[in-house]
Design a binder for this molecule. Structure first.
Ligand code: HEC
Length: 127
């Protein structure tokens, strides 16, 4: 009987240690891997860009994707795009541009639209 309770005790200790370790090392990535979707408000502009924009504008901003070439998405790194004013870039992202780019302000909200405009500047431009 003593033996059994000793084994049980160890089991509880071990279980506790595993739980503690999981809690301490439980990074958000680990829980995504387990299938939990990332909470929307924690998405960075980069996450959203890759999710919503890269299909046309490409990961590197070049517009060099099958869809980007089809709709003629301009190279976001080009002087032509980077010389546009913040207001014009914001307007394009918020309200859409031309016949092929839809606006994103309703879907993403203005704070994320603003973050995406900054991302387009910092990632693909020089500021
Ligand atoms: C369906 C393809 C498509 C998607 C998705 C898309 N765009 Fe565009 N985007 C375009 C096209 C095409 C233009 C150019 C329209 C024009 O100049 O007539 C454009 C224009 C722009 C511009 C203005 C610069 C320019 O080339 O005129 C910015 C900035 C931009 N997009 C950012 C984004 C961001 C940020 C997202 C994601 C939230 C996004 N786009 C999603 C196709 C797309």
């Amino acid at each position: 009987m003593e033996r059994i309770s000793k084994v049980l005790g160890l089991g509880v200790l071990f279980g506790g240690a595993v739980l503690a370790f999981t809690l301490v090392s439980g990074t958000p990535q680990a829980s995504f891997a387990a299938g939990a979707p990332p909470p929307a408000q924690q998405q960075t502009a980069e996450d959203v860009y890759l999710d919503k924009c890269a299909v046309c504008h490409a990961k590197d901003g070049s517009g060099n994707t099958a869809k980007g070439r089809k709709v003629k998405a301009k190279d976001l790194r080009s002087a032509e795009v980077q010389k546009m004013s913040d207001k014009d870039l914001l307007d394009a992202i918020a309200n859409g541009k031309g016949k092929d780019m839809d606006g994103f302000k309703d879907e993403l909200g203005m704070p994320m639209v603003t973050a995406l405009e900054k991302y387009v500047r910092t990632q693909f431009g020089n500021k």
